[in-house]
Design a protein around this ligand. Structure first.
Ligand code: SAM
Length: 212
């Protein structure tokens, strides 16, 4: 995929083929489900795949990490990350039953058996806390305070939330810092990441669970 190399990624032939299949399935299913606001092949690559893959620049998505993608929709950002790095252990959670059906179909088409799809709301899933995950991802789902409240029980001590944000980060952080602290969470850093072909850099907010 054009642009992956500028993120420092070398995609295997299997990964390249997986992204081709992903695009075909997205385009076919988008006629029935509102899966992507971007219809063209290249737009899907830039706004969904490259934007998701830009998270590798944080240095936290290393082989073996257990990752939960909350409100994954059509699989973003968790599935592109797993396609590019097959040793990530990824779970996708999605409230919409129809989208979850799409995701299971997509995983069968891709021949990927080690990605779990959970249908339901993250806050219900978190009622049985297992502190199992190293990393929780969430893109374009809800404010950071909400996603943290839903998912913090699922994160291990020292685990990280990675939030991709386009704007308003400083204000949002000012308004939630106290609530985060009360839940044993603290903002570790805010990174500005380049996404190939996008004019504006993306912010990634990294929040750490400092105590259980
Ligand atoms: N993360 C994807 C992306 O960036 O393309 C999807 C974004 S879409 C705007 C938000 C998704 O989050 C929807 O598919 C919605 O069903 C899901 N969602 C919203 N609240 C949720 C919750 N509490 N638990 C799980 N999924 C949720």
């Amino acid at each position: 995929m054009k642009g992956a190399a500028s993120l420092g990624l070398t995609l295997s032939a299997t990964a390249q083929q997986a992204f081709e299949i992903y695009t075909c399935e997205l385009m076919e299913w988008s006629a029935r489900l509102n899966l992507t606001g971007h219809r063209g092949r290249r737009e899907i690559e830039i706004f969904h795949y490259l934007d998701s893959l830009s998270l590798f620049q944080t240095g936290h998505l290393t082989p073996g990490r257990k990752v939960l993608d909350v409100g994954t929709g059509a699989g973003f950002p968790g599935l592109p990350l797993r396609i590019a790095q097959p040793l990530l252990r990824v779970t996708l959670i999605e409230a919409s039953r129809k989208k979850a059906v799409f995701l299971r179909h997509l995983l069968r088409s891709l021949g990927i058996e080690d990605v779990a799809v959970v249908t339901g709301r993250a806050e219900d899933h978190a009622r049985e806390p297992s502190a199992a995950y190293d990393i929780v991802l969430s893109r374009a789902v809800a404010g950071m305070e909400k996603v943290c409240a839903w998912s913090a029980p699922l994160l291990r001590e020292g685990g990280l939330f990675l939030f991709q944000k386009s704007r308003g980060v400083a204000e949002e952080l000012r308004s939630i810092r106290a609530a985060l602290a009360a839940d044993g969470l603290s903002v570790r850093e805010v990174l500005s990441l380049e996404v190939p072909y996008l004019a504006r850099p993306r912010s990634v907010v990294i929040i750490e669970k400092t105590r259980v």
